[in-house]
Write a protein that binds this ligand. Sequence first.
Ligand code: NAI
Ligand code: AKG
Length: 485
Amino acid sequence: MANAPVFQNYINGEWRGSSTGDTVASVNPANRHDIVGIVPNSSRDDLESAVAAADAARTSWRKLAGPARGQLLYKAADILESRIDDIAETMTREMGKTFGEAKGETARGVALLRYYAGEGMRKVGDVIPATDASALMFTTRVPLGVVGVITPWNFPVAIPVWKIAPALVYGNTVVWKPATETAVTAAKVAACFHDAGLPAGVLNLVIGSGSVIGQGIADHPGIHGVTFTGSNAVGKRIAQAALARGAKYQLEMGGKNPVIVLKDADLELAVNATISGGLRSTGQKCTATSRVIVEKEIFPAFREKLLEKIAALKVGDGMEASTWLGPCASESQMETVLGYIRKGVEEGAELLCGGERLQEGKMADGFFVAPTVFDRVTPEMTIFREEIFGPVLALVQAENLEEALRLANDSEYGLSASIFTRDIGSILTFIQDMDAGLVRVNEETAGVELQAPFGGMKNSSSHSREQGTAAIEFYTAIKTVFVKG
Ligand SMILES: NC(=O)C1=CN([C@@H]2O[C@H](COP(=O)(O)OP(=O)(O)OC[C@H]3O[C@@H](n4cnc5c(N)ncnc54)[C@H](O)[C@@H]3O)[C@@H](O)[C@H]2O)C=CC1
Ligand SMILES: O=C(O)CCC(=O)C(=O)O
């Protein structure tokens, strides 16, 4: 602990510790003795300073031309790209995903910054015919003001960037609260914006607990919009707090994503996609595959191939090149996952593989859970219904497409879903009848494209969309202008 590097909040263009001096350690989930950094445990006073800085900066930032704001994002992108190895390694050490995945995610952050940098040059309104022929009527867009960004630990670069980049390019200033589990990665991302020359106060980073800083953002009258990704319970509290004071909000929450495998599917493709979609990032994606619904004729062959391939996966520290599956992101996440596994067994599902914490050799110091597959899962079971956020797959047999779709839609969530089949009729039925914001055919449930809208139906989101051109809807308000000469 004594030699661990110290990271600070970024407020009004300066690096500062918390006003109380309180700190907390960010720990490597592959090795609890490895302290990645010491970060502030901030107080409401720190949040007040950040909101004041964002408020002071917002008029001059809004008045800067869109292309000039975009130029700063291009610079931040170049800097992030030049630091890709360091930032990816930090991410792997803080939350466990493999270095390859962390590098891919950081590259996604670079691409997101460049995409939204380009938005600074694009149109923000339309000319609409007025009933008065001598008048000019058009729409323009204005920023919300100060935007609060509350982010989770599972995508510590991509999620913050897909919120911060559009917020900034459309003229808002930002107060960002990252998950403490990945606060060192967050400080390194904020440093890219600082080094790009972003004016003081335009982006502020406040590291602290959800209950103090997160809730503080949701409640703060000086914050005009709140964007959040995380659990349903917290998302709903944020929405209630924002609604109560008339602020705009946007929530991206859980999933219980199904893959349907029909009897004419390419089995090899379907098994590989189930493993990749369900177990990459240790199942800690809101888009992760978690219910695997297979037509009965091919169920035994699918199950055998799945188990054979899962047995060959190498679990370990994400920094080791041979590792395919890293640890859970924290001890509490591991305990949650093990709790769901116990519940699966208690409720009568058949455990086919995994099911336990891995503690051999160096893994004893980390939070590793063996990749786990349950068979004979029914819709009443907790592991069919609740988001687990771990390396756990639930297998269910279906008579036909109709039953598979009924099972797939039997969920409070509707984020992503996929189907494996070669039959065009089945594909079209799935596209029409699957209640999910993201439907994918012959591809895994996870993996979103930054230039397309992303969001869920039912309890998976606040019915809004992020990314692509959809982002402008949240980060701006339309102003309709009528000009009579
Ligand atoms: N949709 C997604 O991508 C994610 C879903 N989750 C789900 O949530 C479960 C729990 O993970 P957690 O890290 O505990 O998620 P969480 O929802 O508690 O945390 C997400 C963010 O919200 C903040 N937060 C916590 N309490 C808050 C409050 N009262 N007001 C405002 N902000 C608050 C956290 O500090 C963090 O920055 C996971 O097992 C998973 O099921 C977690 C992370 C991401
Ligand atoms: O699947 C992806 O690439 C993104 C997943 C995501 O947004 C999440 O887990 O929060």
